[in-house]
Design a protein around this ligand. Structure first.
Ligand SMILES: [Zn+2]
Length: 541
């Protein structure tokens, strides 16, 4: 190989692996060199190991771009430090092979807000994140807070519409006035200019749910001017999922922003099988030239907060107002009726499924409830399920996380197989309890269960959904692909053994088969264990 003009002085050389480069093209044998945080692709055996600081033997392994988790709620987990039980939670992502997390999803981010709203927002994020993670005026403030806390992998953030709305209006159930909407647009514009990845909504969650379509169109138009996507947790993923998808399409068309549908699902007994309609609708729009994509996690259960099981009017004014209402028997009866009869425009998870499909994931002061369904707790207590849920919420100051067993496998498989669906964990790393195992298992689960065991996806296709496709959607230039000059974010895994091990009972168990992970040219996982290196950055896009 003496005729090759090889760059000398690699910091790291990965030899003997099957290169799956993130584009979806077939894998091929190749070595990969890393120097100064950038990649060089080499013919097998071409580069001498002599003088290289570290050599990783990848025989029998796949060498792929580091995974991009396009959907996380990991905005504050590293800011909690060890006191928040942060380290075990933080580690779960990188041990899966994730080298970039995109947070700020579902309308919720740690910025932006008007200065006078920051103290109230900080109090709210202390509750929702299980510790003091702060609240920030803009993306630059968020990035500065993270800059002081070393991390193994990279982090990018969307601008959450619910946060933006609370940061200007407060958590109130009314339309934004024109001057307030102008302020929201200005705050969004500033954070996007500083490097936030796009705009997200969570139109089932208060206070985002208080916004009508026109408000979101105005904001998405700001994202469009920056060439950044509109990313949405649809207003309904259950019985009205198709109407909710049409609203998102309308927002995209009127604003000019590209559309990305978060954790696409058709959940609840009335919507099972409805992916047979939503996916062809999206495919037809793409065929017409519309820029629309989605993400998905490989589980039939979702996770959210218990408060979201209660109608929007009950959440008006935020968590303190909710718990005050829950103390009033007449208000509880009204909530019971809202769930039984439905409320126009509200998803109503319990009405679509039942309390027997809702289990407690995290209730720090009542660990004995964790892992049990609300229906089961109610039966044991001889009480009505709504009263059990209400008492638990009051006792936990409004913050209880739940797992909702709301989907069927056929729908999950259809979305996973859609050629425009990328992978996002929707992980909610919060100290305590039993979080959804997706935060520790999503990527190995796709590769083990859906590629190797079920043959639903080709390996290269699955890797593309985790890397190149995701990087292209979110503007991660020079990431998500292995080619000369690309950022050195890599994962080395064994395709014969890669598998998730995290379960609902043991949700943070690290996966099998992930050998090495490299972020920013530095080895952060070796032989499945963290090295302790912290080269991760907040990415300004
Ligand atoms: Zn969501």
């Amino acid at each position: 190989m003496s005729g090759l003009d090889l760059p000398s002085g690699f910091d790291l050389l990965i030899r003997g692996g099957l290169l799956v480069d993130g584009t979806g093209r077939p894998g091929r044998p190749a070595d990969v060199g890393v120097a100064a945080g950038r990649l060089t692709v080499l013919p097998p055996g071409a580069a001498p190991a002599k003088g290289v600081a570290e050599v990783i033997d990848a025989h029998g392994h796949v060498v792929a771009p580091g995974f991009v988790d396009v959907h996380t709620h990991s905005d504050g987990v590293t800011l909690l430090g060890a006191s928040g039980g942060g380290s075990t939670l933080v580690r779960a992502s990188v041990l899966q092979g994730v080298t970039t997390e995109i947070c700020g999803n579902c309308g919720s981010s740690l910025f932006p807000a008007l200065p006078e709203r920051l103290p109230a927002m900080r109090a709210e994020t202390r509750i929702t994140f299980g510790g003091d993670v702060g609240a920030y005026a803009d993306f630059a403030g968020f990035a500065a807070a993270h800059a002081g806390v070393p991390r193994a992998n990279h982090l990018a953030s969307l601008v959450g519409h619910g946060t933006l709305r609370a940061g200007v209006l407060g958590p109130v159930d009314r339309p934004a006035r024109p001057d307030e909407l102008r302020t929201m647009c200005a705050l969004l514009d500033a954070s996007l200019a500083q490097g936030a990845a796009g705009l997200s909504t969570g139109l089932i969650y208060t206070p985002g749910s208080y916004a009508g379509t026109d408000e979101v169109v105005a904001l998405a138009a700001v994202a469009a001017r920056h060439g950044k996507p509109y990313v949405t947790h649809l207003r309904d993923e259950m019985s009205r999922v198709e109407e909710a998808l049409e609203e998102a399409i309308e927002i995209s068309r009127r604003s000019g922003a590209a559309l990305h549908v978060s954790h696409h699902k058709t959940a609840g007994r009335y919507a099972w099988g409805r992916t047979e309609r939503t996916l062809p609708r999206i495919a037809a729009l793409r065929a017409e030239g519309m820029d629309v994509t989605c993400d998905v996690y490989p589980y039939t259960a979702g996770s959210t907060v218990l408060a979201a099981m209660l109608p929007p009017w009950a959440n008006d004014g935020g968590l303190a107002a909710l718990t005050a209402r829950l103390g009033d028997p007449a208000q509880r009866d009204r909530m019971r009726r809202s769930i039984a009869e439905g409320v126009p425009g509200w998803e109503n998870t319990v009405g679509n499924g039942g309390w027997d499909r809702i289990s407690v994931a995290c209730a720090p002061r009542h660990p004995q409830t964790e892992g049990r369904t609300i229906a089961d707790l109610a039966a044991s207590a001889g009480a009505d399920p709504l009263d059990v849920a209400a008492d638990l919420l009051v006792a936990e100051a409004g913050e209880v996380t739940i797992i909702s067993h709301s989907m069927v496998e056929e729908d999950v498989r259809r979305v996973l197989a859609a050629p425009y669906a990328m992978i996002g964990s929707d992980g909610v790393p919060k100290p305590g309890g039993r979080p959804h195992p997706r935060w520790a298992g999503t990527f190995p689960r796709v590769l083990g269960r859906y590629v190797r065991e079920l043959g639903l996806l080709r390996l290269e296709e699955a890797v593309h959904k985790m890397t190149g496709m995701a990087a292209a959607r979110f503007g991660l230039t020079g990431r998500g692909v292995i080619r000369d000059g690309a950022h050195a974010d890599l994962v080395v895994f064994d395709p014969a053994t890669v598998a998730d091990r995290a379960t609902f009972a043991e949700p943070l168990l690290p996966p099998a088969g992930i050998g090495a992970v490299v972020a920013g040219g530095v080895v952060v996982v070796r032989d499945g264990e963290e090295t302790g290196a912290r080269p991760g950055k907040v990415l300004a896009l």
